[in-house]
Design a protein around this ligand. Structure first.
Ligand code: FES
Length: 299
């Protein structure tokens, strides 16, 4: 079935999709652009393979990952034959880049990105377009046509959705009991901190891999209680996004860019435990824009 392009209409359009009572707000009008392209080319429907990529911002625990999986399953149920995946733009696995990369192997004609982000920053589209161009420039594989659905807040179904949510309200128990009395906290003695950037660019460049490796090594090498003691944390954007993936070591505040697992190992041995900056991956404030240097040659 070929859909009709209604991109200028703000109201819900369900033409081209079977009505299974599914949440059509996931599929705002611009999605139809791809089907219109199919019709223009006079291709049989079966020849046009597309994927829907649901994207959210962050997820730290298993439950929100499961929530995204359930949404993807729901979309699959009313879009049989369509590849449906999800990804995260900041913290969470898979990152947007990982999910896109996996889709490139699926021999698709089009990918529709559906941002499940509320509210959506005005810079989101600029960031997304820049990132996609950057990834594409470093790819040898053929890219399918990309399109993006409108943001959730612009959906004509927002009010019915909020009305529906209001019907699910439950009282919150705020009565004070013993469990609500604060117990107090220890102030950590560790002098070193490693911040691993989990902003959009770094997440897409593999921040999760860096974070997991660092946490594994922290445990294995007992970094919390060795030397000056090191604590680690994820952060939002640390600034030099074009040097992604980025981490910063305190108390010196040294920036490291283009970090990989080998770099993490060297930073642990040389910087965290011995106090010396690993110059191969270090970047200093110069007042000028900097690009990633070529990775150092292995011995
Ligand atoms: S996203 Fe990591 S430095 Fe900006």
């Amino acid at each position: 079935m070929v859909g009709v392009c209604h991109r200028n209409e703000g109201a819900l359009i369900s033409g081209g999709f079977p009505d299974l009572g599914a949440p059509s707000f996931l599929l705002p009008p611009r999605i139809f652009e791809i089907e219109a392209v199919s019709a223009d080319r006079n291709l049989p429907d079966v020849a046009f393979r597309r994927a829907i990529l649901l994207i959210a911002k962050s997820a730290f625990a298993a439950a929100p990952h499961l929530q995204m999986q359930r949404l993807a399953d729901l979309v699959t149920a009313f879009q049989p034959g369509t590849v449906v995946r999800f990804a995260f733009t900041e913290q969470g696995t898979p990152s947007l880049r990982e999910a896109l990369s996996a889709l490139l192997d699926e021999n698709l004609d089009g990918i529709v990105i559906v941002p499940l982000v509320l509210p959506m920053e005005p810079s989101f589209h600029i960031w997304l377009t820049k990132s996609l161009k950057r990834w594409k420039s470093s790819e040898e594989r053929q890219w399918p046509a990309l399109s993006i659905a409108r943001d959730i807040a612009s959906s004509a179904l927002m009010m019915p959705l909020i009305r529906n949510l209001l019907e699910t309200q439950e009282e919150i128990d705020v009565s004070l009991g013993r469990a609500s009395i604060a117990e107090g906290s220890l102030v950590p003695p560790q002098k070193r901190r490693v911040l691993v950037c989990a902003g959009g660019a770094c997440n897409s460049a593999g921040a999760d891999v860096i974070w997991n490796h660092l946490r594994n090594q922290q445990e294995r090498r007992k970094l919390r209680v060795t030397g000056d003691g090191t604590m680690t944390a994820k952060s939002t954007c640390l600034g030099p996004c074009n040097l992604a993936p980025v981490l910063q070591v305190f108390p010196e505040g040294t920036y490291y860019g283009g970090v990989n697992e080998e770099a993490v190992d060297r930073i642990i041995t040389r910087h965290l435990l011995d106090g010396h900056v690993v110059e191969d991956f270090a970047y200093y404030p110069t007042g000028r824009k900097q690009r990633l240097r070529a990775p150092p040659k292995q011995n």
